[in-house]
Design a protein around this ligand. Structure first.
Ligand code: ADP
Ligand code: ADP
Length: 230
């Protein structure tokens, strides 16, 4: 099944910067998708459209066949299914402690206390954040904050997980660990969409690659096909 149909999407920021130009793509369920491109290529801008944080200047986005709507109720429903981890963890972490931060999302899903705790403990294990769970988030290193931000979205168990540069700022041990977690949840049936400028990571990990440059899609398909086109 197709999750997203993106049709001639363009985005122009308030200062006139054109960040996306006529992007047309489909995103299928259950895939591991990597968005590859240099800084400024438009990766974040595209990802922020997928859970309704940004609205198209032109063009359309359909999710499961329906045009994305921006009223509160539609956005809540979209965001229950599509979780996003921002590039900068500071824009995502605001609670007094790590465990409170990771619990915030699942607590708002109407689950039982026990289920929230199970998901939070699972997410902390997966990201190896358990040992500093009682620390205030502002005392953590950038890499630790990233893992906490990832844990918070993991614990919500969204069907689709979007991660903007998840391994930037992580050393190779934790990068591998995070990629392993993403593989694990993909095997559970989830769809993973991440951005990276790490060509090796993208080619090794992804089963669909989207290569962007200057707001446009350069090429798109499975890594072997994309490699041949280069
Ligand atoms: P990437 O994630 O590939 O680095 P971005 O989507 O962040 O690319 O940026 C695409 C372009 O949009 C860049 O030229 C960037 O400077 C610009 N841009 C990003 N965010 C804003 C913003 N809030 N206001 C104006 N320009 C922005
Ligand atoms: P795993 O898939 O890691 O082996 P299990 O399927 O044995 O885990 O589930 C054990 C508990 O871990 C579940 O009850 C749930 O609370 C938590 N869990 C497993 N997968 C996820 C997930 N994708 N998101 C959130 N919590 C999860």
């Amino acid at each position: 099944p197709i999750l997203f149909n993106i049709d001639q999407l363009s985005h122009c920021y308030a200062d006139g910067t054109i960040a996306l130009r006529n992007v047309t793509l489909t995103i299928k369920q259950g895939k591991k998708i990597a968005l590859l491109g240099n800084n400024g290529a438009g990766k974040s801008t595209l990802l922020l459209h997928l859970n309704g944080i940004l609205r198209p200047t032109n063009g359309a986005i359909r999710f499961k066949g329906k045009e994305v709507a921006y009223d509160r109720k539609s956005l809540l429903s979209l965001r229950k299914q599509v979780g996003i981890v921002f590039q900068d963890p500071d824009s995502q972490l605001f609670s007094a402690s790590v465990i409170q931060d990771i619990s915030f999302g699942p607590q708002n899903l109407g689950l039982s206390k026990e289920e929230v705790l199970r998901k939070v403990e699972w997410a902390m294990e997966q990201t190896e954040t358990t040992r500093f769970k009682d620390k205030p988030t502002h005392f953590l290193s950038l890499g630790q904050k990233k893992r906490v931000a990832i844990a918070g979205v993991l614990a919500m168990d969204p069907d689709i997980m979007i991660l903007d540069e998840p391994t930037a700022g992580l050393d190779s041990y934790y990068s591998k660990q995070i990629m392993k977690v993403l593989d694990h949840i993909q095997k559970q049936g989830k769809t993973i969409i991440l951005s990276t400028h790490d060509v090796n990571l993208a080619f090794e990990w992804a089963d669909e690659l989207i290569v962007m440059n200057d707001g446009e899609i350069l090429c798109y398909g499975d890594p072997a096909t994309v490699f041949e086109q280069d």
